[in-house]
Design a protein around this ligand. Structure first.
Ligand code: ADP
Ligand code: MG
Length: 323
């Protein structure tokens, strides 16, 4: 990208994007940023890319991309129980499209301000459209949530209504047709504008024994949590929190399949030891957010889902029915 074009774009759209944080000593404009981590805290660092044709469709709007590029990283920081703070943005653009950039920056800025995230730097180059965000979060020493802390007997919870986003993606791709336009829009928006569960993640410090965010599908991500924790899980299919929109759109059976295997949810999947279930109930009563208990960890490896029609065993390829 020619030097003046790049300079103008950074100054216009990215120099002051997001929150204005007092702990940013030097933001966009120098060779690197300088931030001041608070004492007695650990930093949690993550990065995720969105590549055209791989992570989004060629017709994806700048609004959705600006939101999702940051939302997927916010979700990873949330899953660690950390408070998001500083972001870097690496943009590869096929051309300078000012209306696109303005919309991308507006959507990204809105989400960053909502979560008190400052954009402190990045990189801008020319090439096939690709967006990489690196996000750093802050957590008290030793308090971060990991995948590996689950124990047999722990209760398994999930936030929100998994499955919506996968149905939304199927709608976007024309693989699914939904007659009710309201439901279709709700499902599409759940894919295009995922809600990172940052407040829930922070509230789970000291409560959850393990946590992961659902990006590849609830069943598969639960399997990852279980593998890291050295145990398995049993889920009750009837307790899966499927939304009215998804239920109305595809019916109960398919709704559960979307919820278990869909992906793109960016919900938190976490475990709570039985001894802390009382505290968990209090947290829910105090407005923790939309969380639902869906099962338990067990000693036996693997993820099994119980429903009226039998038991499903989760495998990488999906769910295999066996009775
Ligand atoms: P350098 O050549 O030293 O790496 P650049 O000229 O690439 O610096 O970038 C100048 C400044 O603009 C740096 O502070 C960099 O972090 C920031 N920057 C570049 N691109 C972006 C972007 N897309 N979003 C935010 N900050 C950016
Ligand atoms: Mg430099």
């Amino acid at each position: 990208m020619n030097a003046s074009g790049e300079f103008d774009i950074i100054a216009r759209y990215f120099a002051r994007l997001g929150a204005n944080r007092a702990d940013v000593r030097l933001g966009v404009g120098d060779d690197a940023a300088i931030v001041m981590p608070p004492p007695s805290r650990e930093l949690v660092i993550t990065t995720d890319s969105l590549v055209e044709g791989v992570h989004f469709l060629p017709n994806a709007s700048a609004t959705s991309l600006g939101h999702r590029a940051f939302a997927v990283n916010l979700s990873d920081v949330a899953a660690m129980g950390a408070e998001p703070a500083w972001a870097l943005l690496s943009l590869t653009l096929p051309r300078i499209d000012e209306p696109w950039l303005a919309e991308f920056a507006r959507a990204a800025g809105d989400l960053c301000r909502r979560h008190d995230v400052a954009l402190v730097g990045g990189n801008t180059t020319r090439g096939p459209l690709s967006i990489t965000v690196t996000l750093t979060g802050i957590v008290p020493i030793g308090m971060a949530l990991e995948r590996r802390g689950g124990q047999p007997g722990d209760a398994v919870f999930v936030t929100g209504s998994p499955g919506d986003a996968a149905a939304g993606l199927a709608l976007e791709q024309g693989r699914l047709h939904v007659t009710d336009p309201m439901s279709a829009q709700i499902l599409r928006d759940r894919f295009l504008f995922p809600t990172p569960r940052c407040d829930v993640g922070i509230a789970l410090r000291g409560l959850a024994s393990a946590c992961i965010d659902v990006s590849d599908g609830l069943g598969g991500d639960l399997e990852k949590l279980c593998a890291a924790s050295g145990c398995g899980a049993e889920l009750d299919a009837t307790s899966l929190p499927v939304s009215e929109a998804l239920l109305g759109a595809v019916g109960r059976e398919l709704a559960r399949e979307y919820a278990l295997t869909g992906g793109e949810d960016y919900e938190l999947l976490f475990t709570v030891p039985l001894a802390r279930l009382g505290a968990m109930t209090h947290a829910i009563a105090r407005g923790l957010g939309p969380v639902t208990r869906i099962g338990s960890l067990v000693a036996h490896a693997g993820v099994r889902v119980f429903s009226r029609s039998g038991v499903m065993q989760f495998s990488r390829a999906g769910f295999d029915h066996f009775v």
